[in-house]
Design a protein around this ligand. Structure first.
Ligand SMILES: C[S@@+](CC[C@H](N)C(=O)[O-])C[C@H]1O[C@@H](n2cnc3c(N)ncnc32)[C@H](O)[C@@H]1O
Length: 303
């Protein structure tokens, strides 16, 4: 399998993780690009590489087969507390996440993420999860679709697009190109140079994979596992997910307590001091890798 993905903010990630870690956890390992850098910088680190995509996991197992210090786990990252409990790892020095989809996922037509290449309306990162994008469109009400389009993509024509999505499904359309073409025809406004279906596909992908729910759970469950010199680093690509990370890090720096556990009943408040930082890609990186354009690396450092 040819797994192509250029890691964004690579140098910034490596230089931010400067705490000589004993344990490193990547919640979104993907093509393992950042991980290769971490393993080169810290060859003895115990690395736990998580991804819920089975293709990514197969690739990672092959890529890091000769590393006895690497464990690859196929799971949603919201289960980070359970994963580390089962691996008998009580504390972590670095928790890293590079959110969203990989270029491999996006560019593989049968995964159904692309509005340029034909494939089924699928969009699941985890092929075992029950709901494809088409199932989601069929089962959601027009109002629910309108809401996720407004909330996740700030889509100003959310009503029109929601109606179009429902109509396409009712008429038996099943493929990405069919849906993308109908969205393009239905929308009056579009940003210059951007395919009008881009934001719609992104909102559907976020809903199908419960991306914001996963992120909120992972942040809350990973934070109590940080060691005394722990660092969390998250790369976001989208204002809604970025706000979640920014507010979470700010609240930890300000020692605001929060709750975790099965029914959010276990209070967490860490008395250590924390600093926060935010880095963006250089002009040079953005021109080399346009995918980096909207990226932000948010860092929370303990101690
Ligand atoms: C942007 S890519 C990561 C690329 C990686 N940093 C690299 O250098 O190759 C994001 C990856 O995170 C995975 N992912 C997204 N949400 C996830 C979740 N909730 N749980 C586990 N993996 C997730 C995706 O399947 C994808 O492979």
């Amino acid at each position: 399998m040819d797994f192509v993905h250029v890691p964004v903010l690579f140098n910034e990630v490596l230089s931010s993780f400067d705490n000589e870690p004993a344990v490193f956890v990547d919640l979104t390992s993907g093509g393992g690009g950042h991980d290769a850098g971490i393993l080169e910088k810290y060859p003895d680190v115990r690395a736990v590489l998580v991804d819920r995509d089975q293709d990514a996991v197969a690739h990672l197992r092959e890529k890091f087969a000769s590393f006895p210090n690497v464990t690859v786990v196929n799971a949603p990252f919201s289960e980070i507390d359970k994963i580390l409990f089962l691996l008998q790892i009580p504390k972590v020095d670095i928790v890293f996440a590079d959110l969203g989809v990989s270029s491999f996922q996006f560019d593989t037509p049968h995964r159904g993420f692309s509005m340029q290449k034909d494939g089924p309306m699928d969009m699941r990162m985890d092929k075992n999860s029950p709901l494809t994008a088409l199932d989601y469109i069929k089962s959601a009400t027009e109002g629910e679709l309108r809401m996720i389009l407004s909330l996740y993509a700030q889509e100003r024509e959310a009503g029109t697009v929601a109606r179009t999505l429902k109509r396409c499904a009712d008429e038996g359309m099943t493929t990405t190109l069919q849906f993308a073409e109908e969205i393009r025809k239905a929308k009056k406004y579009a940003k210059k140079g951007i395919d009008p279906s881009t934001q719609v596909f992104m909102a559907l992908r976020m809903a199908v994979n419960d991306e914001l729910g996963e992120l909120e759970k992972a942040l809350k469950r990973a934070f109590p596992l940080l060691s005394d010199k722990g660092i969390m680093g998250v790369i976001t690509f989208h204002s809604t997910e970025d706000r979640i990370v920014k507010n979470f890090f700010r609240d930890r720096r300000n020692k605001v307590p929060f709750y975790v556990g099965e029914n959010d009943t276990v209070p967490v408040c860490d008395d250590a001091s924390f600093s926060v930082d935010m880095l963006v890609p250089t002009e040079e990186e953005c021109s080399r890798n346009p995918r980096a354009r909207s990226a932000k690396l948010r860092i929370l450092k303990k101690g």
